[in-house]
Design a protein around this ligand. Structure first.
Ligand code: ADP
Length: 639
């Protein structure tokens, strides 16, 4: 029998299917099951108006078969079937605009990542050729007496012959390829793999997907033991098992899904042992229709802050998974969100332009961004413990996102931040800080340190606390960068109490400090020279009350930033980021008087005292001493 040729463009796609080392070959099953489901939809729809169909809703199903021995996988449905013309038109050609366009794009770019588009939106029936070297379709259309067999071994073409088949519907039989080095097809050839693929991609197809399973059963053997009890024996029998769960949880009304069930669903799907802190349901109607079920985890996966973490939500179209991780539907700042977006507008088929999808996904992403933010704000307000758990896991993600892309997302995220309050002794949002500010307070005071204890004991904090002002103790690695990016909150500037002007007259007025600065010019210069290159200048402070010294900085780089960059051991540029260190001295402190008198009478001693004061400033700032041995020797000398 003469072989019929595929249309040229179909040949092209077939070629691709057969010869590309495709990243997700297992989607062939999803495609065939989706087609079977569509065919059943059609016949079921007919049966509503046409009694002659003679089928009940419960009669419809998709049956899978697998035989490792014969290297066969089959997908059978009792749907509408295909006539000879249907076979010619539907399977002989894929002259659909999308496939043509796809072919064109491939020609242009030749980029393997384009192949992923196939995985995302499907190529339907032809994907069978990714795993099969021969595909047989036996089908009988509703209303027809004749069945047909369509057979093809790939690009060479296909044959159609009359055939015998009992009921209406379609059987697709795949002869699975032999294993080659880079692709092991045998792994599909067992019930477990087939079951897993169905669960993964087609769990929510609304018709039962069944498979014959062999099950052991204990039965009486007809013989009896000495006590007269029947002896049992094991018999194996075949039962038809339904593999898919059919109704997706996110398609069910919200009030019909209890928290426990939805938490279980989350944990199974995302391999988490902890419940999510919040679950968001979205039911969007209008121009773009979709349902979403989103989860906010309470802990970060171990690889979350590494390149290995794959963000994204699962896309479904009418219960069929079309993409496992879609990054485009959720903004990157919320990459910790897990969940599903299901829209009848997502197509399984690449024949719809991908550009169209791009626009849809963007719209969804914008919507979900708002939903997630509102849910987080609600948590913060109504379930502070849950929010703190979330914040403990993902505050760094929020902070990195604020600093990313020139602060593009800072307005979105700023109200989700929390910092430790010097007065409340707990984390508070900036909004709360601002609402409690006394009227005369004009700045938001903060300090970046390694620990709360260190912040508590900072000499510079004393005056601010004495004024009754709250200070935010920021102990996060990149908090300094975050504040720099924010610059202000709701019209109030941030003030770093270690480096910035406090905005109010301190223990000493600035003029007084400047006067003393002038008077002690030579001494200050001497201190600087004694300490050496580490210091860029030495000043008289107007901020200190009881402490003799502290370390501050001039310019943009703070000590916290220097610390952060110094951790990047392999980055020479980062290693060169140095703060310009300034030593501030308290002119009212007895230590200063001692320094001054030594300077007048004993320069060597004055030099030693200078070094000690600098070392103390380093210790207060939580920095390592340049030379701890020298420091202890100097202290001992004082005894
Ligand atoms: P798509 O399903 O996206 O249209 P396919 O290449 O998967 O593209 O299938 C092409 C056509 O073949 C389908 O639109 C349908 O008309 C027909 N078809 C495929 N599988 C079946 C089936 N099991 N039963 C009836 N018709 C089928």
């Amino acid at each position: 029998m003469a072989k019929k040729q595929f249309k040229a463009e179909s040949k092209r796609v077939l070629d691709l299917m057969i010869n590309s080392i495709y990243t997700h070959p297992e989607i062939f099953l999803r495609e065939l099951i989706s087609n079977a489901s569509d065919a059943i939809d059609k016949l079921c729809y007919l049966s509503l108006t046409d009694d002659k169909v003679g089928m009940q809703r419960s009669d419809f199903k998709i049956k899978l078969g697998v035989s490792e021995k014969d290297r066969i996988i089959s997908v059978s449905d009792n749907g509408i079937g295909m006539t000879k013309e249907d076979l010619e038109n539907n399977l002989g050609v894929i002259a659909k605009s999308g496939s043509l366009q796809f072919k064109g794009d491939m020609d242009k770019t030749g980029d393997a990542s384009d192949l992923d588009i196939i995985g995302q939106f499907g190529v339907g029936f032809y994907s069978a050729f990714m795993v099969a070297d021969k595909v047989t379709v036996i089908t009988k259309a509703y209303g027809s007496d004749t069945a047909y067999k369509w057979e093809s071994e790939g690009v060479d073409g296909y044959t159609i012959t009359e055939w015998q088949k009992d009921g209406v519907g379609t059987d697709i039989i795949l002869n699975i390829k032999q294993d080659v080095e880079e692709s092991e097809y045998t792994r599909y050839l067992n019930h477990i793999s087939i079951g897993q693929m169905v669960k993964k991609y087609s769990d929510f197809i609304r018709w039962p997907i069944v498979m014959d399973m062999v099950q052991p059963e204990e039965v009486e053997s007809g013989e009896f033991d000495a006590d007269g009890k029947p002896i049992m024996k094991t018999e194996y029998r075949t039962v038809e098992e339904t593999i898919n769960s059919m109704i997706p949880i996110w398609q069910r009304p919200k009030d019909e899904v209890d928290v426990e069930e939805s938490n279980e669903f989350y944990k199974n799907l995302y391999y988490d042992y902890a419940d999510p802190v919040a679950t968001i349901r979205v039911n969007a109607e209008g121009t773009l229709e979709y349902k979403a079920m989103l989860f906010i985890p309470g802990r970060a996966p171990s690889n979350f802050f590494s390149d290995q973490f794959e963000p994204g939500l699962q896309l479904y179209s009418n219960g069929v998974m079309v993409m496992e991780r879609c990054k485009d539907v959720i903004p990157d700042c919320f990459r910790f969100v897990r969940g599903i977006v299901d829209s009848p507008d997502f197509s399984l088929n690449i024949s719809r332009e991908t550009l169209q999808h791009g626009r849809q996904l963007k719209t969804i992403s914008n919507n979900l961004e708002k939903k997630v933010k509102n849910e987080l704000l609600r948590l913060m307000e109504e379930e502070p413990e849950a929010y703190e758990q979330f914040y403990g896991a993902f505050s760094d993600q929020l902070k990195y996102s604020i600093c990313n892309n020139y602060g593009e997302k800072k307005d979105l995220l700023v109200d989700l931040l929390m910092f430790y309050s010097s007065t409340e002794k707990e984390l508070i949002p900036l909004k709360e800080y601002k609402s409690k500010m006394p009227e005369e307070q004009k700045l938001i005071y903060f300090v970046c340190t390694d620990s709360i204890d260190q912040a508590e004991s900072l000499p510079q904090a004393e005056q601010v606390r004495d004024k009754g002002y709250e200070i935010l103790y920021m102990t996060g690695e990149i908090d300094d960068f975050v504040v720099r990016e924010l610059k202000e909150y709701d019209g109030m500037s941030f003030c770093n109490i270690t480096t910035d002007d406090l905005g109010f007259e301190g223990v000493e007025s600035k003029e007084e400090a400047e006067k003393k600065q002038e008077e002690n010019k030579e001494l200050l210069e001497f201190v600087k020279d004694s300490v050496g290159e580490a210091l860029s200048s030495v000043r008289i402070s107007s901020k200190l009350k009881t402490s003799p010294v502290f370390l501050t900085t001039d310019g943009d780089v703070t000590i916290e930033m220097e610390k952060y960059f110094s951790m990047m051991k392999n980055n020479p540029v980062a290693q060169n980021v140095k703060a310009s260190r300034v030593l501030e001295l308290n002119a009212e402190h007895p230590a200063f008087a001692a320094l001054k008198s030594a300077y007048d009478s004993d320069k060597d001693k004055a030099a030693e005292l200078s070094k000690i004061l600098y070392a103390q400033a380093l210790l207060i700032a939580g920095l390592p001493l340049d030379n701890p041995t020298e420091y202890t020797e100097l202290i001992c000398k004082l005894f």
